[in-house]
Write a protein that binds this ligand. Structure first.
Ligand code: ASP
Length: 465
């Protein structure tokens, strides 16, 4: 694989969602100017403007008439043009509007296509839903130019962001993309700030594929990998917290997280950084920092290979509501080979993803999203006779996880954790520890979840810090 080696490159992931007014754009321009003085090359990986992806998702539908399509197109165009109207240089504005309209007219054709075919396929979803990222960089490029920063937007097709895998959940082909960047991105980067779109790429059949919700972080991680660059993720918060501040007002910002910790927290629902971002960084031992657009001087959470141990081991406590448990119990199970495989096959075939698993000789319990419980029970019952088992379920549960390096090697963490819950009479429905060396997860009744998180935070993250 070709490594694109350029000294001193910085990749800035800007969440399009924070670009909500002129002040926000001006903040980004200021940051880019500063970074350009510090670094040899600056690449911005941008996501859609606030609400645009949701709007596109809501409108990937069969319309009742053509008038609805015009309304949708007008809204999308209006949203992007309203920012351009804030600029001084009319030439930049006109160029950007031509570019926007060209792209939006193609989008309009896709809407007509799905409307007349009366068919929404994974391919058509990706074709439509990538437009947030196809349009937002046009606006930011114009802003940068208006404020004197020489910048150029290369869309995924032009830059050569190649991908593989399924629609709506594709991944970047690192080798092909690196090779393309050498030819398409590197020469521009030497002269200008380069803007690249997040969230989607193009496969070898020229199909557009997206990387899943929040996938711009992942694009930025891969692009940082290609350039062996530092990554800064600019958001409206400064980083990961010891707990959700809405529930724990004195939750603290975490200064450093290892790759594994950031990945676990991402999968456990901390909406700070998409967990798929981590692996490309890990592969090259690269650092990422979360930065707050509204407090740019403040140090954010740094994610790197360093494993820093917190005094009390636990760095963060997270919770996920709307969980259910399905238990499959069979007294003959121990002797029937293939039972577990069958159970997981049924769940897999129905696209039911599992949070936690606990097994004994006679039963398997899984925690899953509440919305999947009924389906899981009815599908499992279909094979119940064959294996002579009984399926039961519990609803209204929540999953709590504590995360921190050093958990496996440190005696007493689980003991302390569960005695905190015992003292408050909080019953644990399911536990998983050890599958990951840095995480203990368990399920409790939702009525107890807030109290459980508060008590854990108090005991581990307030008293000893
Ligand atoms: N615009 C996409 C989304 O809303 C990708 C991203 O924001 O990272 O999911």
């Amino acid at each position: 694989m070709v490594d694109v080696v350029v000294k001193n490159i910085l990749v800035l992931k800007i969440g399009g969602g924070v670009l909500q007014n002129k002040d926000c754009f001006e903040r980004v321009v200021k940051i880019v100017k500063q970074k350009r003085e510090e670094f040899g090359g600056v690449i911005i990986v941008l996501s859609a403007l606030f609400g645009v992806t949701d709007f596109l998702i809501d409108n990937t539908r069969v319309f009742s008439n053509e008038g609805d399509i015009s309304e949708v197109i007008k809204t999308i165009e209006g949203k992007h043009v309203s920012y351009l109207n804030l600029l001084n240089n009319k030439k930049f504005v006109e160029e950007a509007i031509i570019d926007l309209r060209g792209k939006i007219s193609v989008l309009e054709k896709f809407f007509y296509g799905t409307h007349y075919l009366k068919e929404i396929t994974p391919r058509s979803k990706d074709l439509i839903q990538c437009y947030g990222e196809k349009l937002s960089p046009i606006v930011l490029e114009a802003f940068l130019k208006d404020y004197g920063v020489d910048a150029e937007f290369l869309d995924a097709e032009k830059a050569g962001i190649m991908c593989q895998g399924s629609f709506e959940n594709a991944f970047i082909d690192l080798e092909k993309t690196s090779n393309n960047f050498l030819v398409n991105v590197l020469p521009v980067l030497k002269e200008k700030v380069v803007l690249l779109p997040g969230f989607y790429g193009v496969d070898e059949n020229s199909d557009i594929k997206t990387f899943g919700r929040g996938g711009t972080d992942y694009s930025a991680g891969v692009i940082a990998n290609i350039f062996s660059a530092k990554l800064e993720i600019w958001k409206d918060v400064s980083g990961f917290m010891s707990a959700d501040p809405k529930l724990i007002p004195n939750a603290k910002q975490i200064n450093v997280l290892s790759y594994d910790e950031a990945e676990e927290l991402g999968y456990l629902g901390a909406k700070i950084l998409h967990p798929k971002t981590i692996n490309p960084l890990r592969k090259k031992d690269l650092c990422a920092e979360i930065k707050n657009l509204f407090e740019p001087e403040r140090k954010g959470t740094i994610i790197c290979s360093k494993k820093e141990l917190h005094d009390s081991i636990i760095k963060s406590v997270t919770l996920m509501k709307n969980v259910g448990i399905v238990t499959i119990k069979s007294s003959t199970m121990a002797s029937s080979s293939g039972f577990a495989t069958k159970v997981f096959d049924v769940l897999g075939a129905n696209k039911i993803s599992i949070n936690l698993i606990a097994t004994t000789e006679t039963s398997i319990s899984v925690s899953i999203n509440l919305k999947d419980v009924l389906k899981a029970v009815s599908e499992l019952n279909k094979i119940g006779k064959e294996f002579d088992f009984e399926v039961t379920s519990r609803e209204d549960l929540s999953l709590i996880s504590v995360v921190g390096e050093g958990m496996r090697e440190t005696p007493g963490v689980a003991g302390k954790l569960f005695s905190v819950l015992g003292e408050k009479n909080i019953n644990i429905e399911l536990i998983s520890q050890g599958a990951s060396s840095i995480n203990i997860s368990f399920v409790v009744d939702t009525t107890n979840v807030n109290l459980a998180v508060q008590e854990i935070h108090k005991k581990f993250l307030e008293e000893r810090v």
